[in-house]
Design a protein around this ligand. Structure first.
Ligand code: HEC
Length: 199
């Protein structure tokens, strides 16, 4: 328990240095760890999305698409890894059409994405979902394309200009992450919680 207490203190300090004061802190006590993974997953996804989005926009502001692609290339995985450490979970962005092959969906992620895609095709709502294993709880939340995103993931020759395509393909020669329109399902956030061991 002491570990979680220190984690909470450290995370509060880190967050208060980087963020505005109203950042919600995920409580790491036994009760909240045992229950309500859905709520914690929702907060962790929101914070991760906010952190990636803020860094992406800042990089775009500093040096346009080139700088922002450089940021995603070098820092996106580091950033999700450090958030994962902060919250003591695993965080993954997974997709069926990866730009970085490390983000390729595994079998269960691919199944969830295909169920969600079928729902979207039938104009049904897609919602976060969670599955429990013996020692883990897996929380999944959809990633949907917004207008900012299609600058780098859009349809070639349309929202994805030849200039941007060139910048991206120089770093990702096997890029599969294009052809998307606003509202398309791009992938999912997968937050994996390890259940506390009962002694
Ligand atoms: C400036 C270009 C750029 C913009 C804008 C952008 N991305 Fe990306 N995206 C990238 C790059 C580059 C990667 C590969 C990151 C890496 O190597 O880890 C990536 C990776 C991803 C991944 C991980 C899966 C994969 O294919 O590797 C997801 C999911 C994703 N982007 C979603 C989005 C969403 C949602 C938005 C809009 C909010 C967005 N992107 C905006 C460039 C961009």
């Amino acid at each position: 328990m002491t570990k979680y207490f220190y984690l909470l203190i450290v995370s509060s300090i880190i967050w208060s240095c980087n963020q505005e004061a109203d950042v919600p802190v995920v409580e790491q006590n036994e009760e909240s760890l045992a229950m309500d993974y859905q709520q914690q997953g929702t907060i962790i996804v929101a914070e991760s999305k906010k952190a990636l989005g803020a860094n992406l926009k800042a990089a775009m502001g500093r040096g346009g698409v080139e700088e922002a692609v450089g940021f995603c290339n070098l820092k996106a995985l580091d950033l999700t890894d450090s958030l994962a450490n902060l919250y003591a979970v695993e965080i993954k962005r997974a997709t069926l059409k990866p730009r970085n092959s490390l983000n390729a969906a595994n079998v269960s992620e691919a199944q969830i994405l295909s169920v969600w895609q079928d729902k979207l095709d039938e104009s049904q709502e897609i919602l976060p979902t969670q599955f429990e294993e013996e020692d883990k709880v897996n929380f999944y939340s959809p990633i949907v394309m917004e207008s900012l995103c299609v600058t780098c993931h859009g349809v070639k020759g349309e929202s994805l200009t030849p200039e941007v395509e060139k910048i991206i393909s120089s770093k990702y020669p096997n890029d599969a992450a294009t052809g998307y329109k606003v509202g398309d399902l791009r992938g999912l956030w997968h937050i994996s919680f390890t259940k506390p061991t009962i002694q």
